[in-house]
Ligand binder design. Structure first.
Ligand SMILES: Cc1cc2nc3c(=O)[nH]c(=O)nc-3n(C[C@H](O)[C@H](O)[C@H](O)COP(=O)(O)OP(=O)(O)OC[C@H]3O[C@@H](n4cnc5c(N)ncnc54)[C@H](O)[C@@H]3O)c2cc1C
Length: 381
């Protein structure tokens, strides 16, 4: 078997891995990025045109981190020379009996982020595309918006190549079969190739437990189904007319989210949950009962879309931590190996920040931003 050496290896070219590679390049560090599929593939968690970004969080940890995440994206845009953040405004919705919106609003106020509270009836007057129950709770955040996901990932690796030239290598269609941690340097074992890394960042998303079987904690890989609705008149739902939205507790199975029609696509709507799957066997079929469930939600919240045609679908994977936290830490006993599996269905907006934390851990053994909730120790409890 051929063996090659590399200073910094990033395993996985999804959001976390691409941003780690970008951060290494920003710091002038050599990068080898190893990916089992091709560029922009749709088998993991990071594909698709756009992702929601927002300060609106009920969990104070993520609310507090969001101003830094927004700053990191602005710096990313400045260095890449491409705008990937699209400000659309975002509304968070919950049913009358829930305190979700109250929590979100309290954190927005604490951060000094402009926001507007409204009842369901008031919101329907402000945004007639919605038809919420009159007693629902809502909070609108003008700075929420979309991150152009596919473009951001493409820019991250392209800019890294520009910054590093031939000190940046990308091995695509290269599946790592196992990681040998017995020696004093981690070795990635692929078909006919072994890569000895001085430092390794494992950003393997849904496959992390396959590559690091002893990793503490439990993560569930779930299949997400995404629908794009195209009503006869798309105008009220287009960019500039319609916000991103997160809805908790309205209709069946509770959590739904969506974003305005843009980039030639219809209105994206999906449920924030799905069945557990094997990441290698996840099929792309959309379950008709799932579509019925989303239509039922729309009947309650955005009635004009409930009967609209679905003209595009996507499937995608979540890697879900029981408390929806990220896992980002040095591997115990292996000071050269960082695990960066930040998903739980809400990691894209943090990926610039996650890239920075992962690289700081790899290069300096520590990071100023490193919440205890993200550590392996927190999973040993
Ligand atoms: C439908 C959907 C909607 C979402 N919406 C939002 C949103 O609105 N806002 C938000 O902030 N977040 C959102 N997220 C979450 C966000 O997209 C993820 O947190 C993020 O993309 C995770 O990136 P990742 O790099 O950890 O995983 P991935 O993108 O899956 O990257 C892991 C990579 O590792 C590679 N890999 C794995 N094993 C191997 C191996 N053995 N050898 C070589 N390569 C390997 C994989 O092929 C893959 O490319 C959403 C996710 C989904 C699925």
């Amino acid at each position: 078997m051929k063996t090659i050496e590399a200073e910094n290896v990033v395993l996985g070219a999804g959001a976390a891995g691409s941003m780690a590679a970008f951060e290494l390049a920003r710091r002038g560090e050599q990068v080898m990025l190893v990916e089992q599929f091709g560029p922009g593939h749709d088998r993991g968690s990071s594909h698709g045109a756009a992702r929601i970004t927002r300060h609106s969080y009920s969990d104070p940890l993520y609310a507090r981190l969001m101003p830094m995440a927004f700053r990191a994206w602005r710096e990313f845009e400045a260095l890449c020379g491409r705008t990937v953040y699209v400000r659309t405004g975002g509304v968070t919705i919950c049913s009358a009996g829930s305190d979700h919106v109250a929590l979100v609003a309290r954190h927005l106020d604490a951060l000094g982020v402009p926001n507007l509270r409204a009842s369901g009836a008031e919101w329907n007057r402000i945004q007639p595309a919605f038809g919420l129950p009159a007693d629902a709770h809502t909070v609108f955040e003008p700075d929420a918006g979309m991150l152009l996901a596919a473009q951001a990932l493409e820019r991250a690796t392209t800019t890294a190549r520009v910054l590093l030239g031939d000190r940046m290598r990308v091995l695509e269609h290269t599946r790592v079969r196992s990681i040998d941690l017995d020696g004093n340097a981690p070795v990635l074992v692929c078909d006919g190739l072994a890569i000895r890394a001085n430092r390794l960042i494992v950003a393997a998303g849904a496959w992390v437990d396959r590559l690091l079987p002893g990793l503490a904690g439990r993560r569930e890989v779930t299949r997400q189904q995404v629908l794009y609705f195209r009503p006869a008149d798309l105008t009220p739902y287009e960019l500039g007319q319609f916000p991103v939205f997160i809805s908790m507790g309205l209709g069946p199975d509770a959590a739904f989210y969506g974003m305005p029609a843009c980039l030639g696509m219809g209105v994206k709507v999906a449920r924030h949950a799905g069945p557990e799957v094997d990441p290698d066997l996840s099929d792309r079929a959309i379950d008709p009962a799932y579509i019925d469930g989303v239509r039922e939600f729309l009947r309650v919240a955005i009635p004009g879309l409930a009967q609209a045609a679905v003209d595009r679908t996507e499937t995608c994977l979540y890697t879900v931590d029981p408390r929806e936290h990220f896992l980002l830490d040095l591997l115990p006993g292996h000071g050269r190996v960082v695990v960066a599996s930040a998903c739980s269905g809400h990691g894209f907006k943090f990926s610039c920040l996650v890239g920075r934390v992962a690289v700081a851990l790899a290069l300096e053994g520590g990071s100023q931003i490193h919440p205890p909730e993200w550590t392996i120790a927190a999973r040993l409890g």
